[in-house]
Design a protein around this ligand. Structure first.
Ligand SMILES: Nc1ncnc2c1ncn2[C@@H]1O[C@H](COP(=O)(O)OP(=O)(O)OP(=O)(O)O)[C@@H](O)[C@H]1O
Ligand SMILES: [Mg+2]
Length: 263
């Protein structure tokens, strides 16, 4: 699939973090190679979103390091700096500018990574061409002039993914990108992720095992802030420890989370 799975793009070393005395990540070790599409699963509260918070600088661990691209430690850096280094994140709920059009959202996002300098650079036409390519990549060419608030739930998720893609990031972190999507929207998102991962490294937090199974990717299982299991999806699904803590509770058949969040 990938042309070259290369050196380490992400190396989380012995990261710990606690909130109000409750340990959420517990000496976690986790790594990914450049060009990988990796899935991160685990029960509610396992620490998946917190791991993304630590990688992106939103939360600071009490111990450990997060090496990006081999040697750059992300711990202690500001969120904006981490984006500039090439790491971007999509949250569980979409964050787009609702009253702006799809293209306007993408044009704005194209300038994010380079801050004001990016917005003021006299390269408007280049950016517009880039935005058109991304519109095609996420399948929203027909909606370019529509305000973001007129999009369906699935379309809004694709717009948000486009807003990451347009920034030319190296490592994308996606938190439950197919939550609340219809079957057809999930299929399209699956294709989009495959394409996206051809040129970038992508870490996807996902509860939907049916969705995860369609990729021949490595799956990492997090449990109580530690790595519980890692390997091909079939091996992970057959692992008694994983069945015990996670898959046994209704995820094995590919259902999404048991307590539906309703969005
Ligand atoms: N900023 C914070 N302040 C206090 N507690 C937090 C904070 N962030 C996370 N937690 C707690 O850490 C634990 C792990 O949460 P986290 O959101 O990382 O789990 P998760 O694996 O993403 O779960 P889910 O599958 O439900 O999204 C939870 O008990 C949560 O309440
Ligand atoms: Mg979460």
């Amino acid at each position: 699939m990938e042309a070259s799975l290369g050196a380490s793009i992400l190396d989380v070393r012995d990261v710990s973090i606690a909130f109000d005395g409750f340990t959420v990540l517990d000496g976690l070790r986790f790594s990914m190679r450049r060009g990988e599409l990796r899935f991160l699963i685990g029960p509610n509260g396992a620490g998946k979103t917190t791991l993304l918070d630590v990688i992106t600088g939103k939360s600071k661990p009490s111990a450990g390091h997060v090496f990006y691209d081999g040697h750059v430690d992300l711990v202690g850096r500001r969120e904006a700096e981490i984006v500039r280094l090439g790491v971007g994140r999509k949250f569980q709920t979409p964050a787009v500018f609702r009253s702006l059009t799809v293209s306007q959202n993408l044009m704005l996002a194209a300038g994010f990574r380079h801050g004001l300098r990016g917005l003021l650079r006299p390269l408007e036409h280049q950016r517009a061409a880039h935005v058109r390519r991304i519109l095609a990549e996420v399948g929203l060419e027909g909606k370019a002039a529509a305000p973001a608030e007129a999009l369906s739930h699935g379309e809004r998720q694709w717009l948000e993914l486009g807003m990451l893609l347009v920034q030319d990031l190296q490592l994308l972190l996606l938190d439950e990108p197919v939550a609340g999507m219809t079957r057809a929207e999930r299929d399209r998102t699956g294709e989009l992720l495959q394409r996206t991962a051809q040129h970038r490294s992508v870490l996807v937090v996902e509860h939907d095992m049916a969705f995860v199974r369609q990729f021949g990717s490595t799956v990492t299982v997090l449990h109580m802030g530690k790595l519980l299991a890692e390997g091909p999806v079939e091996a992970v699904q057959a692992d008694p420890r994983v069945i015990e803590v996670y898959l046994g509770r209704g995820h094995a058949k590919g259902r999404s989370r048991p307590e539906s969040e309703g969005n």
